[in-house]
Ligand binder design. Structure first.
Ligand code: PA5
Length: 440
């Protein structure tokens, strides 16, 4: 089971810089209210909690068909429709394309050069295309879909659409064009969709067991189901970050996995946390990082820069591989490393960074992960999702909407000439006039 160590967040260890147990007790009513929001399903968006009960038969069948027939798998999606799958692939099948088939490509940003490069190495006829969009309308995803559809005309069997079961343009088109489809349940938002077919199909494509992801999430759900904040690690993380913001003015949380395989998990978490909590002038700003790399880039700032951050480490016990450092150069200054291993070194670096920060009075906590496999990845996903929803309820905001993301989409629709968005287009033109005189 993953664990959470909060020692370096608490006043017992950190003195004035930490949170007292009394402060945590002091928000008990808010905690209980947030717990009730979750357990009583007071608003829509909590459907991600039901994903653990999914029947994965259809997903496995679709993946098997792809694996048996295609050399490549390309995923078109953005935001919640790309980061979860990307995280699963990086964590469970690092360097996938150098080692395994089908090769997997994720095209999320609409950078023309990226698609150009991907298309230059793919034989599209031997490529399965998974278009993922919950809304079925996102401009980036639909544009890249249109390009690939046109190039693959006459081959609807190459496409799998993962989208809302009823709503949206993609659902309509997929039905008309006879694509294989997989549903994103209506009550599951984009950034909470990693354990739906959005993440489970790519997981199966790379040879991971989607049932293991769900089993891990299910066990984490049990672990995080009680109202007692001291016994519920997801609530505890949320409550401490909330208190660090409210009491100590720490408004940035940095997530630092000490594993290359979890680098994208920090990006996935940042989207989840930022889009869920950044509302009404509230929320903490998440920042994705990587240990040990960022010790040589960011640590100076974390220790001596503005006192506005909380560092959250992810420490991995078993990295799945280890390499001994040979006992060479014994008489040189570097001989002390010989006989140890890389896993020992990366974990020693993590522990030493925790201690540096603690000594400098900079609060931090550590999520412990026994190993990086589908089971523990499922636990991490669910842990962060429930912690995020809970923290949103502590702040008294809705963690499931994203009005500002929608506003950005609306201006784009206006500029690209979508019907019904003429006013947005006019607003953009007006803004362009104002900008014009300020270019140097
Ligand atoms: O969490 C969200 O709702 C967003 O970040 C979406 O994932 C993102 O905007 C993509 O939306 P869609 O899946 O509808 O294409």
């Amino acid at each position: 089971m993953i664990t959470l160590n909060i020692a370096n967040m608490m006043s017992g260890v950190m003195g004035q810089k930490g949170i007292s147990e009394k402060s945590v007790e002091g928000i008990k009513d808010r905690v209980l209210a947030a717990h009730e929001e979750i357990t009583q399903r007071k608003r829509s968006g909590l459907g991600f909690m039901d994903l653990i009960k999914q029947d994965t038969k259809d997903i496995k069948k679709a993946a098997e068909a792809v694996r048996g027939k295609y050399d490549n798998f390309i995923l078109l999606g953005i935001g919640g429709s790309a980061l979860g799958p990307k995280c699963i692939i990086e964590a469970l099948s690092p360097m996938h394309n150098l080692k395994k088939s089908p090769k997997v490509f994720i095209y999320e940003n609409v950078d023309p050069m990226t698609l150009n490069n991907i298309l230059s190495v793919l034989d599209l006829k031997k490529t399965a295309v998974n278009v993922i969009t919950k809304s079925g309308t996102t401009a980036e995803t639909m544009a890249s879909f249109m390009i690939l559809y046109e190039r693959l005309k006459g081959s609807p069997e190459n496409f799998i659409a993962t989208t809302d079961p009823e709503k949206g343009n993609l659902r309509k088109l997929a039905t008309e064009l006879g694509f294989k489809t997989l549903p994103i349940p209506p009550d599951v938002g984009g950034r909470y969709s990693v354990l739906s077919p959005v993440g489970l199909l790519p997981a199966e494509i790379i040879g991971a067991d989607s049932d293991e992801l769900l089993r891990g999430a299910g066990d984490m759900q049990k672990r995080c189901s009680g109202p007692d904040v001291w016994k519920n690690p997801a609530y505890l993380m949320g409550a401490l970050l909330y208190l660090m913001d409210k009491e100590k003015g720490r408004k940035t949380d940095v997530l630092v996995p000490y594993s290359d395989r979890l680098k994208v998990m920090a990006e996935w978490f940042c989207q989840l946390w930022a889009e869920s909590l950044g509302k009404q002038g509230l929320g903490l700003t998440p920042f994705p990082s990587l240990g040990t790399t960022d010790q040589h880039s960011q640590l100076q700032l974390w220790m001596e820069g503005p006192e506005d951050k909380v560092i959250v480490f992810i420490k991995v016990d078993d990295h799945g591989a280890d390499i001994k450092i040979p006992e060479v150069f014994k008489e040189s200054g570097t001989g002390y490393l010989g006989g140890h291993s890389l896993a020992e070194l990366i974990n020693a670096e993590e522990e030493s960074t925790e201690l540096c920060l603690q000594r400098a009075g900079r609060p931090n906590m550590t999520i412990g992960v026994p190993s990086i496999d589908a089971y523990h990845l499922g636990q991490l996903f669910f842990f962060f999702e429930i912690a995020t929803a809970f923290t949103g309820f502590l702040y008294g905001i809705n963690p499931f909407d994203q009005p500002s993301v929608e506003e950005g989409k609306n201006f784009t629709y206006g500029m690209m000439g979508r019907k019904g968005y003429e006013e947005k287009r006019a607003e953009v033109q007006e803004a362009r006039k104002k900008k014009a005189g300020w270019k140097v």
